[in-house]
Design a protein around this ligand. Structure first.
Ligand code: SF4
Length: 358
């Protein structure tokens, strides 16, 4: 194998399948070595080349000199009384990200849906007013391996604890997935790979704050995963107030991108709508939301907000939720209430944040 100077070590956990093949080609390795590396890094979550036991010893040692693996390391796990668990992962440069496991059970206690909510960035650029992650600002994007590593690490726990694999992934953790587009798409492809977790694309949801340009790219790329849009307000004035991005990319531009997506993909959209007390929870808001729900076939998740310290938005009252839902029902809208989970460990929607140093 051709050697590169050690100062130029390549991080293989940031390469997709084709890039790994390119790496092997330029290192003079046979094509099947790329498949082996792919399996070890992305399907088996190997942390070292030493662990890649079907590679010759001499190759493992050369790889250690020329390349590196920058995955995630488990730092801490917090358990909620409702069964939700939050992982804190440390990255190679000291940054931290959080991921959440949300288990749901059959009445007999057997695990049913095991959802992982995964982070795509350290912090976030978009500064939504209700969101703890948004307060951090954007530190950096995650690599493919840092995204898949969160899922595979949690899956190892899940297999031991519940005797089955995770069966649902949502890109709704820290960061805006479409602001780190290619690694997110590559990671979703890997998580759907038949040799690994083999999750049906229907079991993976990518959620966006609503970036029209990236929704068009997602449409052009014919991506098979579910698309969710964080709406959180049903008119521009209110959306501008809580989501600064709406001032540049308003609801009309979002509607155009979503319509083009539906026309090409024929897949419905999911809208996420956090319900805030006395802000977006009136019957009039529900009427506006019903109109948006008819842009294209869609369903709406109404999410009960977990308050974030220093934020002036609060969870809507039960009576207002009921009136809101009744109005949506009256207008024939497909809507479900999602009771936010993991409130006591700050693992709910909009609550993920990590300190600068730990
Ligand atoms: S809600 Fe999403 S897009 Fe908005 S600041 Fe939080 S992580 Fe970023």
């Amino acid at each position: 194998m051709n050697k590169a100077p050690s100062s130029e070590k390549i991080n293989l956990s940031a390469l997709n399948k084709e890039e790994l093949a390119g790496f092997c080609r330029s290192a003079g390795l046979e094509r099947y070595r790329a498949d082996q590396l792919f399996e070890w890094i992305y399907l088996k979550n190997a942390a070292t080349f030493e662990a890649m036991t079907n590679l010759p010893k001499v190759l493992r040692s050369t790889l250690s000199e020329t390349a590196e693996l920058k995955g995630v390391q488990e730092e801490a796990v917090h358990s909620s009384k409702d069964g939700t668990r939050k992982w804190l992962f440390r990255l190679f440069d000291g940054h931290l990200v959080e991921s959440v496991l949300i288990p749901e059970f059959y009445p007999d206690g057997v695990a049913d849906r095991l959802t992982v909510c995964v982070s795509s960035q350290v912090g976030c650029l978009f500064g939504c007013r209700f969101c703890a992650t948004g307060k951090m600002g954007l530190k950096r994007n995650l690599s493919i391996g840092e995204i898949t590593g969160q899922v595979l690490s949690i899956n190892s726990f899940v297999e031991k604890e519940y005797g089955k694999r995770i069966n649902n992934i949502v890109y709704m953790g820290m960061g805006e997935p479409f602001h780190n587009y290619q690694p997110v798409i590559d990671s979703a492809s890997i998580l759907s790979d038949t040799r690994g977790l083999h999750l049906s694309p229907k079991r993976i949801t990518i959620s966006t704050v609503g970036l029209p340009k990236q929704i068009r790219r997602y449409t052009e790329d014919e991506c098979p995963w579910n698309l969710a849009v964080s709406l959180h307000a049903a008119d521009d004035a209110k959306r501008n107030e809580i989501m600064p991005i709406n001032k540049k990319m308003d609801l009309a531009s979002l509607r155009d991108a979503i319509t083009a997506y539906y026309q090409k993909s024929k897949k419905h959209i999911t809208y996420e709508y956090l319900l805030f007390d006395q802000f977006n929870d009136s019957v009039e808001d529900a009427r506006k939301l019903a109109k948006i729900s008819r842009w294209v076939p869609s369903k709406i998740n109404i999410i009960m907000y977990n308050h974030v310290e220093g934020v002036s938005y609060y969870r809507a009252k039960e009576s207002r939720l009921q009136a809101f839902m009744a109005q949506l029902k009256k207008q024939g809208v497909r809507a479900t209430v999602r009771r936010s989970r993991g409130d006591d460990i700050e693992a709910g929607c909009g609550q993920l944040v990590v300190p600068e140093s730990l």
